[in-house]
Design a protein around this ligand. Structure first.
Ligand code: SAM
Ligand code: SF4
Length: 444
């Protein structure tokens, strides 16, 4: 019996890659265990988007180093593997496998090498036009499923490692995406999430030639699928037809994650983001002009080299203007191989923290106000779980807002009764900056 343990760091792409890696290992006769102590093969699927994420994996490897003598094998997968390559063997000699995501199609062969006693197995080539499609995905969630439609990135943002760690941009054929969507619906999944670093840069490589709006609209017609989400959209490739598709089909969730990074055109240009503040705001106008109320969320980087107080103020003003439903704010982190690493006007860490806190406070007030609009409204929720501590069911609205609620008929999961996976109508009675709360008023 061969056993493995896997820990995943980072984004949804990584979470989904792990589902595919797990499926591949199970198919090869491995058994997954929930504790590293019980595993023969310990895998870390890593993230290197910021320095902190990268350091985490090295501290994990250090933590379990002593176990290496007990016959355990260690593998580093994902972005840190691709970025650091064979240097990982020097830094952590107990590691036997180093493979980036562009090499996962070769995972079965790499496992054979490991089993044959090879202690320096690598998968580091980025020279690929393949996507990692496997029928053996072991999905974590029985109701919501990820579908990768595009891998890699051909943009070159000055701060970002992704083009170096995930390789060139490559789209799957629309036919294989549709096949996966249909088979998920047949398995009982009702919600799918289309994934890609830049999902809307999708270009069907088959003669059908679908663009992203068409692909998204078609997945929304698959019988049994009640919700289609997608993330992340790059502003440069965000076209009006995406908004039109959302307007036309209620199955397509009314939520767009559109990372702006900065509100200053000067900073955007230094970041090599390929759009100006005005061009970004035009896209926001399309979204706000839709018939449906579309939630908008974003990513922001503070403390990018050379960001002045005036640039920061422009970002703050953009936040006020757009009124985002939520956002992730990150402190700029220096990454290897990227152009911004060499920029001289780096911002001190304490200053980055102060900028982050200033924007967070501003956004908190906006979220409080925006979420307050839902009190008294009835929202459809896809139920995801139950919080024993609060006695509330946890679900998400189509706009991706967390809504916790009480149900007098099914007060909790017991005697085989559960609301998880169901779509229920919830009357919103309270709101906070990060979530809504309410009571169940009836099922669909
Ligand atoms: N492709 C998406 C886009 O361009 O909008 C973003 C994908 S990236 C994995 C997720 C987020 O990480 C980015 O939107 C950015 O805000 C953040 N990020 C990337 N590199 C960073 C860095 N060096 N320091 C801080 N944040 C970073
Ligand atoms: Fe990174 Fe820019 Fe590509 Fe997004 S578009 S993954 S931020 S390089």
């Amino acid at each position: 019996m061969k056993t493995f343990y896997i820990e995943t760091f980072g984004c949804q792409m990584n979470a989904h890659d792990s589902e595919k890696v797990i499926g591949t290992l199970l198919q090869k006769g491995y058994t997954q265990v929930e504790a590293p102590e019980r595993a023969e093969l310990i895998l870390y699927n890593t993230c290197s988007i910021r320095d902190k994420a990268e350091q985490k994996v090295f501290s994990r490897l250090q933590q379990f180093k002593k176990q290496a003598g007990k016959g355990k094998l260690f593998g580093v997968l994902g972005c840190v593997a691709q970025q650091e390559g064979e240097r990982i063997f020097e830094r952590a000699p107990h590691v036997s496998l180093v493979a980036g995501s562009a090499s996962y199609t070769k995972l079965p062969e790499m496992l054979v090498q490991l089993e044959a006693g090879d202690r320096r197995v690598t998968g580091l080539s980025l020279d690929t036009n393949e996507t990692f499609d496997t029928p053996f995905t072991r999905r974590d969630n029985p109701h919501r499923a990820y579908i990768t439609i595009i891998e890699g990135c051909d943009k070159a943002c000055a701060y970002c490692v992704v083009p170096f760690t995930r390789g060139p941009e490559r789209s799957r054929t629309s036919e294989s995406v549709m096949r996966e969507a249909k088979s998920l619906a047949e398995l009982g999944y009702t919600e799918i999430q289309l994934l890609g670093q830049n999902v809307n840069s999708y270009r069907d490589p088959s003669p059908a030639g679908w663009d992203f709006a068409r692909l998204m609209a078609e997945t929304g017609t698959v019988p049994g699928i009640r919700r289609v989400r997608f993330t992340t959209s790059h502003p440069r490739d965000f076209v009006k037809s995406i908004v039109d598709a959302i307007d036309e089909n209620p199955v397509l969730c009314n939520h767009v994650h559109l990372p702006v990074q900065s509100g200053s055109s000067r900073v955007l240009s230094r970041m090599q983001r390929l759009y100006s503040r005005d061009e970004y705001m035009r896209r926001i106008e399309w979204i706000k002009g839709a018939r449906r109320d579309i939630a908008i969320t974003t990513d922001i980087i503070v403390g990018f080299p050379g960001e002045t107080a005036a640039d920061l103020e422009e970002t703050a003003r953009l936040i006020d203007e757009v009124e985002y439903d939520s956002m992730f704010i990150f402190k700029y982190s220096k990454r290897p191989n990227t152009p911004a690493l060499e920029y001289e006007d780096q911002i001190p860490e304490e200053e980055k923290t102060a900028r982050l806190m200033m924007l967070q406070e501003r956004q908190r007030a906006i979220q409080l106000r925006r979420n307050g609009r839902y009190v008294g409204a009835t929202e459809e929720v896809h139920v995801e779980g139950f919080n024993v501590a609060t006695g509330q069911w946890i679900g998400r609205t189509a706009q991706n807002k967390t809504l916790n609620f009480h149900d007098s008929t099914v007060p909790g999961p017991r005697d085989g009764m559960t609301l998880v996976g169901q779509y229920v109508d919830v009357l919103v009675t309270r709101s906070g900056p990060n979530s809504l709360a309410g009571v169940h008023t009836g099922s669909h």
